[in-house]
Design a protein around this ligand. Structure first.
Ligand SMILES: [Fe+2]
Ligand SMILES: [Fe+2]
Length: 182
């Protein structure tokens, strides 16, 4: 998650932002891989496999874009993910992981949507961004469905989703406050 200060992509040098994107995708792939071990239905196993493929492809698309712009792939800190887990606590169940994935996918999608609307965005960024946004929209929707299905069996699932949403709001508020005083 990129705070207000980083919302405009420098069209001459998008490498910094592309490295943020890439790192988020790699992190996402890792989280999906860990969660896949706990999947308890054939549907979820299948969806998580496709999801894992998507995040790995996204990481590669951004890697290639970084190199096309003459940049270097670097590891970057991920303050949003760190704060999100700090506020939520250690995920202990599949439902915890799904809820955390839902909020971070929604957050990632809204950032991508914000950026894709930037008028002076280079085509070499906009093209992959458009394709990635389609995948991200599917991630949000199938995870939402999986959670709703679980909620039909267990009402407490709604509380877990709410807790993840609160953790997300707090994480973002902290990052924005920090960026404003920086
Ligand atoms: Fe992705
Ligand atoms: Fe995603």
């Amino acid at each position: 998650m990129i705070t207000a200060t980083g919302r405009h992509i420098d069209p001459e040098d998008p490498v910094w932002m592309l490295n943020q994107y890439r790192a988020a995708e790699v992190h996402g792939a890792g989280a999906i891989m860990r969660m896949a071990r706990l999947a308890d239905t054939a549907r979820l196993r299948s969806d998580l496999s496709r999801h894992l493929r998507d995040e790995a492809v996204h990481a590669w698309l951004w890697t290639r874009a970084i190199e096309d712009f003459g940049g270097e792939v670097v590891e970057v800190a991920q303050p949003y993910q760190a704060r999100l887990s700090a506020h939520f606590g250690i995920p202990r169940t599949l439902t915890d992981m799904l809820a955390l994935t839902l909020v971070s996918e929604q957050r990632g999608l809204s950032e991508y949507e914000l950026h894709v609307g930037q008028e002076d965005l280079p085509q070499a960024v906009r093209r992959p961004l458009r394709a990635i946004i389609r995948d991200e929209a599917w991630h949000v929707s199938y995870i939402q469905e999986a959670l709703l299905e679980r909620a039909r069996e267990d009402r407490r699932v709604h509380d877990i989703i709410e807790r993840a949403q609160e953790a997300d709001v707090r994480a973002v508020a902290e990052l924005e406050a920090e960026a404003a005083t920086a």
